[in-house]
Write a protein that binds this ligand. Structure first.
Ligand SMILES: [Zn+2]
Length: 179
């Protein structure tokens, strides 16, 4: 007889002949695995019998089930509240950080604007003077070949542009450092 046969017998012991019962009992004494299976089967049977005895108490299982459900719902509500609270706190912290950033940016905005305005006015004055000087030079030296003049204008414009770009980028990076 195989091990598997005894396992089947353990779960169908109501349908066994007395000879099969005797064989099963003999196997249970020698096989630990089957014995443990048999014990588990017995305890389940006991549990089912107990539940069967309790079940007739009117509406017990329904009440039991309802209590379980209520407890689950309560747990779920508590969990949802906790999650909502954490999410709210996180949102508030995030909003606070954003507001702080925005406020510090706002604080620097006027000085940034006045810097830019001063820069633009300075540039305009510079170009006005430069233009007048160049214009004067061009008018004062009508006999000078125009090619070297054109070249000097070109280099002057290039150098001024470079200086202007450097000063603007320096102002911007200074702002970034202090902000
Ligand atoms: Zn066995």
């Amino acid at each position: 007889m195989t091990h598997r046969t005894y396992e089947n017998w353990i779960f169908n012991d109501e349908e066994l002949t007395s000879a099969q019962h005797a064989a099963l009992n003999a196997h249970l004494r020698t096989c630990d695995t089957c014995y443990r299976l048999h014990q588990r089967r017995k305890s389940h049977e006991y549990l089912f019998r107990t539940v069967g005895m309790l079940a007739p108490v009117s509406g017990f299982s329904v009440r039991f089930y309802q209590r379980l459900m209520t407890r689950d719902i309560e747990n779920m509500r508590t969990r949802n509240k906790a999650i909502t609270l954490v999410a709210l706190v996180g949102l508030m912290v995030w909003l606070g950080a954003v507001m702080y950033q925005f406020a510090s940016w706002l604080r620097f905005l006027p000085s940034l604007l006045s810097d830019w305005t001063a820069q633009i006015i300075g540039q305009l004055a510079f170009w006005e003077i430069t233009g007048e000087v160049l214009w004067g030079v061009l008018w004062e030296m009508p006999n000078v070949s125009l090619l070297p003049v054109a070249w000097s204008v070109f280099w002057l414009l290039g150098g001024a542009g470079l200086l202007w770009g450097v000063s603007v980028s320096r102002i911007l990076s200074n702002r970034k450092l202090t902000a």
